[in-house]
Design a protein around this ligand. Structure first.
Ligand code: ZN
Length: 215
């Protein structure tokens, strides 16, 4: 098993109050999209979700919301959900704790309805969790990382990587970013097709009950 794609149980155990996967007996998964909104790409994702009557939680970078408010509004109007991915997308280990918290505040200023936060670059220390949750946001990590951003992988590899790791309750990460675009544009439609062919449905993170998180 690839530990980057699927974070190991040992790592998850260090973060018990963070969401990795949702406890469910149904074939339902939680698609998430990080790093937007980005012109051309975020609207394209919304369109594909709509075609499959699927939905997703978009972890938006505050600075991109500032640059592209119309796309952010389009995302909210589409019935999908905007979570926060900080303001500057700088990793916490470079910013330090105080600046990291400040960056989260700035991100929430332009994204006030966000209920979920995903740390930029996935970097968060267990002892930072409670201070972040005090801001009224919950932290969502993931069960399956598509690795769509890595151009050394082909779209087919990305699709297979998602599908072989997918299970009920999986929180799956894609990126509505320029870096991921060559992989995303082929892998996402294929994954959506597989989901609908195999009796799975998609849900928004905000629709889950807080005690439904599992490792
Ligand atoms: Zn990111």
């Amino acid at each position: 098993m690839n530990w980057i794609t699927k974070p190991p149980l040992l790592l998850r155990l260090f973060y018990p109050s963070v969401l990795w996967r949702v406890k469910t007996c149904r074939k339902e998964v939680f698609l998430t999209f990080d790093d937007g909104p980005v012109p051309g790409i975020t609207p394209w994702v919304l369109n594909w979700l709509d075609r499959y009557e699927a939905c997703g939680t978009f972890f938006c970078v505050g600075d991109n919301i500032r640059k592209y408010p119309t796309i952010y509004q389009q995302l909210l109007d589409s019935g999908n959900e905007a979570g926060s991915h900080g303001f500057s997308h700088k990793p916490g280990n470079k910013l330090g704790f105080e600046a990291y918290l400040k960056d989260i505040d700035l991100g929430l200023e332009v994204n006030s309805k966000a209920r979920w936060f995903r740390p930029p670059h996935g970097i968060i220390w267990p002892w930072w969790v409670s201070a972040i949750r005090k801001k009224g946001i919950d932290i969502a990590m993931w069960d399956v990382l598509s690795r769509d951003y890595d151009r050394s992988f082909t779209p087919d590899w990305v699709k297979d990587n998602v599908l072989k790791n997918l299970r009920p309750g999986s929180v799956v990460v894609f990126h509505d970013s320029l870096k991921a675009w060559p992989n995303l544009k082929e892998a996402l439609p294929a994954v959506l097709d597989w989901i609908s062919q195999n009796g799975y449905t998609t849900r928004l993170l905000s629709s889950i009950n807080q005690n439904k998180r599992i490792l």
